[in-house]
Design a protein around this ligand. Structure first.
Ligand code: PLP
Length: 402
């Protein structure tokens, strides 16, 4: 996008409610109010020289869509602005963003440090895949920065964090991690999916690379899969070079849907923060609920840290039902408004009985080790009216045996 229509001297940073609509550079030079979809895999060059230049220019948007596309560029400008980074890169899924970033930055003989809990596929990348390529991995308890520092070795190249994390919504101290990494000159990556850039900006706290499953809040409508990498220009170019080879490319149509989703991001996140906090507080006083895990509640063991580094606490509320596995199973089946489905950050409320979901792939001891209790429910609160959500939960709780 060009800033030709607005003299630079007038430009002060937009508020984020405006950035989600216009990016950082104001009005587009094009007459379209809505960006066109460049649904083309390939682009014509006028001269052989121009073609050669396109093929060797990093992040070119008029060469071949795996290298870049004008719709991607438009979305990337908005995401970079929201995360406060110099640049951003879109991918075809959140896992595309995570795997591409990590594979771009490590080589055999390197050591990386990750949390002992991450999004399941991220844990698999660290525990099972990287070791196959000669990369050593250590895991640390995200609530213990001393454990992180103790895990550092001379060949440590990367530290990966994710906060709040599934399923207990434990928090990682982002500026604490950045300080430790800075002393040892180690790159840091944060998966910011559970917070959204409106609730938490890891880069402002010193984290180098911020990743998103844009399938969640950024898209916001549970209809597309997408991922995003936000970092400085040099890091984005380095990761892009790997991206062109791995090929986790976002389709131009889905990039356009992401652009549409972003327009309401600030409205959605504001409502979701409000609904989730209200629902968490309501659940906490209900006799049918054993415990509630939500960083916005004073009862969360890291509430003070969460309040320091987050502006809102997001959609995901985890809670445990009194009565064990069977009671939890009937509770989730009894919900009528909240849909029984995975994912988070969309406009509609979703709920899953975590232990039932993983029953086929994990043993009970494995679940306990991953922090999943048999009576855990994970709910992603949407934008419905709060009284309707409470009524749905109250009804499903009332149906449980006393
Ligand atoms: C969903 C999710 C991912 C993976 O994203 P996809 O878009 O499903 O590939 C990674 N990290 C977190 C925290 C997630 O919630």
């Amino acid at each position: 996008m060009s800033s030709a229509h607005r003299p630079e001297s007038e430009h002060t940073a937009w508020h984020e409610q405006t950035t989600v609509l216009h990016g950082d550079s104001g009005l587009s030079p094009d007459p379209d109010v809505v960006a066109p979809i460049h649904y083309s895999a390939t682009f014509r060059a006028d001269t052989p020289e121009q073609f050669a230049e396109m093929a060797t220019t990093p992040r070119a948007t008029g060469f071949y869509t795996r290298y870049g596309n004008p719709v991607h560029q438009r979305v990337e400008a908005i995401l970079a602005e929201l995360e406060g980074t110099e640049s951003a890169l879109l991918t075809g899924s959140g896992m595309g963003a995570i795997s591409t970033t990590i594979l771009a930055l490590v080589s055999a003989g390197d050591h990386v440090i990750a949390q002992d809990r991450h999004y399941m596929s991220t844990s698999k990348l660290f525990a099972e895949i990287l070791p196959r390529y000669g990369v050593e991995v250590s895991f640390f308890d995200q609530t213990d920065l001393k454990a992180l520092e103790a895990a550092i070795r001379p060949n440590t190249r990367l530290i990966m964090v994710e906060t709040p994390v599934n399923p207990t919504l434990a928090i990682t101290d982002l500026s604490g991690v950045a300080q430790i990494a800075g002393k040892h000159d180690i790159l840091t990556i944060a998966d910011n999916t559970f917070a959204s850039p409106l609730n938490q900006q890891p880069h402002a706290l010193g984290i180098d690379i911020v990743l998103h499953s844009a399938t969640k809040y950024l898209g916001g409508h549970s209809d597309i899969m997408a991922g995003a990498i936000c970092a400085n220009k040099a890091l984005c170019e380095k990761i892009w070079a790997m991206h062109v080879t791995l090929g986790a490319v976002l389709s131009p149509m889905d990039a356009w849907l992401l652009l549409r989703g972003l327009r309401t991001l600030s409205l959605r996140v504001e409502r979701i923060n409000h609904n989730a906090l209200a629902l968490a507080a309501w659940l906490e006083q209900h006799p049918g609920v054993e415990a509630v895990f939500y960083p916005g509640l004073p009862s969360h063991p890291q509430h003070a840290l969460a309040a320091r580094q987050m502006r809102g606490f997001g959609a995901v509320v985890a809670f445990s039902i009194r009565g064990g596995y069977e009671a939890t199973r009937s509770f989730v089946s009894g919900l009528k408004l909240a849909t029984h489905a995975v994912s988070l950050g969309g406009v509609e409320t979703l709920a899953v009985h975590t232990a039932a979901m993983w029953a086929g792939s994990m043993t009970e001891p494995q679940m306990r080790a991953a922090g999943i209790e048999l009576n855990f429910v994970r709910m992603s609160v949407g934008v419905e009216h709060i009284e309707d959500l409470k009524a749905d939960l109250a009804h499903a709780l009332a149906a449980l045996p006393a």
